[in-house]
Design a protein around this ligand. Structure first.
Ligand code: ZN
Length: 149
């Protein structure tokens, strides 16, 4: 296996075993729930937004390694970002997973690059993007459960 892929896999497993920001948030301004029936992943995302900035973000839920690691890395990636930056990151992340090239001015993905290989496994795409659709719903204050179907 390619060295970078090895490293990516290790990071995904690390975030799966020790997810960051997996906790309920009592001070949340909004939350949303997501469900991926294809794999059985369930996630609940909490957000706290102040002056258009994501002050805090956390999640709870159970899912496969990819969905859990994606949730963990998502929280690390969007904390401190503006709503606009968070949305741009989501769009770029979605592009990475579905194999679209980055547009000019697209944000750097940083650690989220670890999911670049997921596109090769179509069944896993929804696992990786579920939490992003869910946080998007929370940020837009939509109450319905997001499903990937
Ligand atoms: Zn999954």
């Amino acid at each position: 296996m390619h060295e970078a892929e090895d490293l990516y896999q290790e990071m995904i497993l690390d975030h799966y075993r020790r997810p960051r920001n997996r906790r309920a948030m009592e001070t949340a301004d909004a939350f949303a729930e997501g469900y991926n029936p294809l794999c059985g992943d369930r996630v609940k995302v909490y957000v706290q937004v102040e002056d258009g900035i994501v002050k805090d973000v956390s999640f709870q839920g159970a899912g496969c390694a990819i969905s859990t690691a994606s949730a963990s890395l998502m929280t690390e990636s969007i904390r401190g970002k503006s709503l606009e930056q968070a949305r741009a990151l989501f769009n770029r992340f979605h592009g990475l997973i579905t194999g679209e090239p980055a547009e000019n001015g697209a944000p750097e993905l940083g650690k989220l690059e670890v999911f670049s290989g997921v596109g090769k496994y179509p069944a896993r795409v929804k696992c990786a993007t579920l939490v992003w659709h869910t946080v998007n719903a929370a940020l837009e204050n939509r109450k319905e459960t997001v499903t990937t179907e």
